[in-house]
Design a protein around this ligand. Structure first.
Ligand SMILES: [Zn+2]
Length: 280
């Protein structure tokens, strides 16, 4: 009886929330984001400040100007919420071939990725991809999904498990089968829900990112070159961009598939005078 009430109340909350929090990403995909953006952004800001306080930053002005030039060219062509985001970027003096982004547009670039990317267009590929994660609010979507599936898994465990109970004679909490069913539910959730979700987000960040770079006049053909370079089997370090694989080949295929569209945007941008000249 208790569970049935829980389910009904939960159902009502979910329906109300779906109506209130459906948004659309820059690739046109409908998404559900129930977490507080301002809360996530506050946490991100604190983490970003801690990182900047604790890790050495690149001091070479030419390098800073180069990365800023590419980032500014990308942001200049954004519109709506993406353009209004308070973008911040730090270049950490670390050999890691990586870049990452946190909610609200806090981008970390690690010096290693500047070596891996051979020109401004390849760097724009990386920054565009990270920016897309932020503008598409992937963190919020993941946190929302995690909270909702957690609730579903808990309900499942309550319904199908025998439940734990408090034994007042011994003053201890006794475990029923609920705990192990909960564990099974969590494992299934990870395999069935979270991993494909990561793949979806990586693919979407690739797609939106290539649109951002093309709009700014960066050559999207360089993305394919970078991708081939990164997926080279000799490269054992896996950048964030490649961290969740829909398999390297299918991701490279998707890049190639989107290329005509990205090239059309790029050609139009160049015709309209978007011709970034960022020198390293
Ligand atoms: Zn990514």
């Amino acid at each position: 009886m208790k569970v049935a009430i829980l389910k009904r109340v939960g159902g009502l909350i979910a329906v109300a929330a779906v109506a209130a929090a459906c948004s659309t990403t820059d690739s046109g995909r409908k998404q559900l984001t129930l977490m507080s953006d301002s809360q996530l952004e506050l946490q991100a800001k604190e983490t970003f400040e801690q990182m900047r306080a604790n890790m050495p930053l690149v001091k070479d002005q030419k390098t800073i100007d180069y990365v800023a030039c590419v980032a500014n060219a990308l942001v200049a062509e954004m519109d709506g919420d993406a353009a209004n985001m308070y973008w911040e970027l730090a270049i950490f003096d670390q050999p890691t071939e990586n870049a990452m982004v946190m909610p609200g547009g806090k981008i970390s670039v690690f010096a290693g990725i500047l070596k891996l990317t051979k020109n401004q267009d390849q760097l724009a590929t990386v920054l565009g991809h990270e920016m897309a994660h932020a503008t598409a609010r992937h963190t919020n979507e993941r946190a929302t999904r995690a909270a909702m599936t957690d609730a579903v898994v808990e309900w499942g465990a309550l319904v199908f498990g025998s439940g734990g109970y408090y034994d007042p004679s011994r003053g201890i909490y006794r475990r029923g089968t609920t705990q192990s069913i909960y564990g099974m539910g969590k494992a299934l959730e990870d395999i069935g829900i979270n991993r494909p979700f990561s793949r979806l987000h990586e693919a979407e960040a690739d797609e939106i990112g290539s649109m951002y770079m093309a709009r700014a006049g960066f050559d999207p053909r360089e993305s394919v070159k970078l991708w081939k370079n990164m997926s080279d089997s000799n490269n054992t370090k896996i950048p964030e961009m490649m961290s969740t694989h829909p398999s390297d080949e299918s991701r490279l295929e998707a890049h190639v598939e989107h290329l005509p569209e990205a090239l059309a945007i790029y050609n139009e941008a160049r015709a309209n005078g978007r011709n970034p000249q960022c020198e390293r």
